[in-house]
Design a protein around this ligand. Structure first.
Ligand code: CP
Length: 310
């Protein structure tokens, strides 16, 4: 039995196979419409979510399966003090696969150690968000045709943004990626990403504070929200929250085929007018999230074939 806890749990070849499957699901949805008949997905969300939880549920329903779960810790026996270990032992009796979001780093990993069903990390604290990364990779591959030879700018809250950490980890395995890390000093990527991921990869990276200066060289611009919920001090959040706002004027500095990604939710960091720019890929990214999660569910359940006669 396999889990997806960290973006590196799947090899580069396995990620390619999964993205190919996601692309096939996008092209041939009816082939997979009953692939998970009689299978159940549990969504255990101890932290708020719109996209991740609903896209998992949409994914499973689109595969002919069923969903159960909770959308907040308050509505489960966690509020009575039940541990993650006991919760997953119980949920293993009710479902075939589970997606877990938790505010504590490492909670899905702990759950996987007690689980009888595959556990998917749907975001753990400010740590990792591997299924968002699969979504990002699918979007980058569709937009550019490749996952190598790209200059990737990541902008905003690189300290607390778990999607950033997972995307850097994952892209660091591809060739000729150059990272431009754009943030205020207080929100730079954590030291472990620099020392354990970027430096060992041998890939070029720079830490800068100006979005405008970086724009002309980027193939991908990955904007992020400043993560209010991870701040200890409201004053710091207010001071930093509008550090970067992508506007139509700034888009004029970018390549004609640059793609703008954002894991969403957006607060103020992308002006609404940018939505009309063909380079804005963030709502396409949301749609891709359903296909990659379908591919992931099928892969972890060993059901990748679909129905060729549908
Ligand atoms: N991208 C993302 O994780 O969004 P949600 O928090 O709405 O799930």
């Amino acid at each position: 039995m396999r889990h997806l806890i960290d973006p590196l749990d799947f090899s580069v070849d396995e990620v390619t196979t999964l993205l190919d499957l996601a692309a096939d699901i996008e092209q041939n949805p009816t082939k997979y419409q009953d692939a998970c008949a009689h299978k159940k997905l549990a969504t255990l969300f101890y932290e708020p979510s719109t996209r991740t939880r609903l896209s998992f549920e949409s994914a499973m329903l689109g595969l002919g399966g069923s969903v159960l779960g909770f959308a907040s810790a308050d509505s489960s026996s966690v509020s009575k003090g039940e541990s993650v270990a006991d919760t997953i032992r119980v949920v293993s009796c009710y479902a075939d696969i589970c997606a877990m979001r938790h505010p504590k780093e490492g909670a899905p990993l702990r759950a996987s150690r007690f689980s009888k069903i595959p556990v998917i990390n749907a975001g753990d604290g400010g740590h990792q968000h591997p299924t968002q990364t699969l979504t990002d990779l699918m979007t980058i591959r569709k937009r550019t045709g490749r996952l190598s030879g790209l200059t990737v700018g990541l902008c905003g809250d690189l300290k607390f943004g778990r999607t950033v950490h997972s995307l850097i980890k994952s892209l660091s395995r591809y060739e000729n990626i150059r990272f431009v890390l754009i943030s205020p000093d207080e929100l730079q990527v954590p030291g472990y990403i620099i020392n354990e991921v970027l430096k060992p990869s041998g890939l070029a990276y720079s830490e800068v504070s100006s979005l405008e200066n970086a724009m002309p060289e980027l193939d991908i611009l990955y904007m992020t929200r400043v993560q209010q919920e991870r701040f200890f001090n409201e004053a710091d959040y207010i001071r930093l929250k509008d550090s970067y706002i992508l506007t139509e004027d700034k888009m004029k500095l970018a390549k004609a085929d640059m793609a703008v990604l954002h894991p969403l939710p957006r607060v103020n960091e992308i002006a609404l007018k940018v939505d009309d720019d063909p380079r804005a890929a963030y709502f396409e990214q949301v749609q891709n999230g359903v296909y990659v999660r379908q591919a992931l569910i099928l892969t972890l359940l060993g059901l990748t074939g679909g129905n060729d006669h549908a």
